[in-house]
Design a protein around this ligand. Structure first.
Ligand SMILES: Cc1cc2nc3c(=O)[nH]c(=O)nc-3n(C[C@H](O)[C@H](O)[C@H](O)COP(=O)(O)OP(=O)(O)OC[C@H]3O[C@@H](n4cnc5c(N)ncnc54)[C@H](O)[C@@H]3O)c2cc1C
Length: 395
């Protein structure tokens, strides 16, 4: 277990301590990590016009998306907090925005329930595994969007759909590889929302693949096609041919959860021992983390999982976002940072931690305290087959 110091600038720390553990060129996103940055973004949130402009791509000034996702993903902002923040927004915009927050919650419930099964086609047989690179960078629309993904680690929902569709629906490359590439780069990359986004775009969730064609580019990024070297020979001039995907047998776990308490984690803190540390995980890095709040006098600890980083090869932007977040927290709280094995840390030390609804949480043994996860809605035992079926049971 190597102890890391936060004294140097973030990029220097990435270069010095994360050598071989990140992919792509060294750099930081324009979206800053940290509770202070998250609070400022929430204070500036104004969703007026959101319903109309959430899907706009270019110019950037037309975009209506909130860019809160990196903070929401790591619970620097909880979904409940963001949900409440728009309560006085115009009706149409508020409804649309809150509906999207529910999509995020749906992704979390689905992943909490079915775990790594979300890496397989859920309901329809889409191409998940063929090797290749599904993004032709000679097309300006694809090139611009991939460049934004790589340079800034963030995309609007619309262009995530373009990329996912282009990769699998048009170019017939397995969606698992595309989602991995996006996951490496996205500051908000979560298995829950990324796998859901890919499954739904390529048709594995609904049977209806989303078709990406020049039409969307002209509508959402007017003027881009006229600058494209392939403008007169556009490979996506027409929509891709409609295909019908074979329906798969429904997994009974999608219909019903036999153990919703296990899926949701504890509703009240579970206390097994006296903790000496509060362990933060990437699913909960905010000042309002329930384990942190319950133990105001204990030092906080964050362990970068070296083996996982070695395999995942996340971008330096993602690692930089975590370091910025930790630096910000260290101004208010005693904090120790390590590169090593978080599961070993928990075996060796009594820690308090906030439950995370992800399969890897089960690898923690002997936790001193487990604190509740900040759900927007408590998970239910009904269907999670589709967003609408899931929503029906949440009401
Ligand atoms: C292929 C694909 C991959 C995706 N991967 C991720 C991912 O790894 N992490 C991630 O958080 N989201 C992912 N999304 C969902 C969505 O694109 C992003 O949450 C959204 O673009 C983030 O930008 P924003 O904060 O400005 O969103 P806004 O439009 O301002 O929405 C506010 C919040 O609502 C939630 N939200 C909005 N749209 C969706 C959606 N379609 N599904 C789930 N939640 C939504 C997010 O938490 C978002 O921050 C993916 C979508 C697709 C199609």
């Amino acid at each position: 277990m190597k102890s890391l110091s936060l004294k140097s600038p973030v990029l220097e720390i990435v270069e010095r301590d994360f050598h071989g553990l990140f992919s792509g060129e060294l750099g930081l996103s324009s979206i800053k990590g940290g509770q202070s940055a998250a609070d400022a973004a929430l204070a500036a949130l104004d969703v007026t016009g959101y319903a109309h402009s959430r899907s706009e791509v270019l110019p950037k000034s037309r975009r209506g998306a909130s860019v809160l996702s990196p903070y929401i993903r790591h619970n620097l902002l909880t979904l409940s907090q963001v949900y409440r923040a728009v309560k006085t927004a115009p009706y149409k915009d508020r409804e649309k925005f809150q509906d999207e927050l529910y999509w995020q919650e749906y992704a979390r419930h689905l992943y909490a329930r079915i775990g790594t099964r979300l890496f397989e086609n859920l309901r329809f047989d889409a191409n998940a595994t063929s090797q290749g690179d599904g993004w032709n960078r000679d097309m300006l629309c694809v090139d611009e969007v991939v460049a934004e993904l790589e340079n800034d680690g963030w995309l609007v929902n619309q262009t995530r759909m373009w990329l996912a569709s282009h990769w699998t629906v048009r170019n017939d490359v397995g969606w698992l590889h595309g989602q991995e590439r996006m996951y490496q780069a996205l500051l908000d990359g979560s298995r829950a929302a990324n796998l859901l986004g890919w499954q739904w775009t390529v048709g594995a969730g609904t049977g209806k693949p989303y078709g990406f064609a020049r039409w969307q580019v002209e509508k959402r990024a007017p003027g881009l096609c006229s600058q494209c070297p392939l403008s007169q020979a556009c490979p996506i001039q027409e929509f891709p041919e409609e295909v019908s995907l074979n329906r798969l047998d429904v997994d009974s776990l999608l219909e019903r959860d036999p153990d919703p308490e296990n899926t949701s984690g504890p509703r009240l803190a579970v206390k097994n021992d006296s903790p000496k540390f509060v362990l933060l995980t990437i699913d909960s890095m905010g000042d309002d983390d329930s384990a942190l709040k319950a133990n105001p006098d204990l030092p906080a600890v964050f362990v970068f999982n070296e083996d996982a980083l070695q395999k995942l090869q996340l971008s330096s932007r993602r690692i930089g976002f975590y370091l910025e977040t930790l630096k910000d927290l260290s101004e208010r709280r005693e904090l120790q940072i390590y590169l090593g094995d978080p599961y070993q840390f928990v075996r060796d030390n009594p820690v308090a931690v906030t439950f995370a609804p992800v399969p890897s949480f089960k690898k923690f043994y002997g936790l001193a305290e487990i604190h509740p996860y900040p759900w927007l809605q408590q998970p239910h035992s009904g269907s999670v087959k589709s967003f609408s079926a899931w929503r029906k049971s949440t009401r």
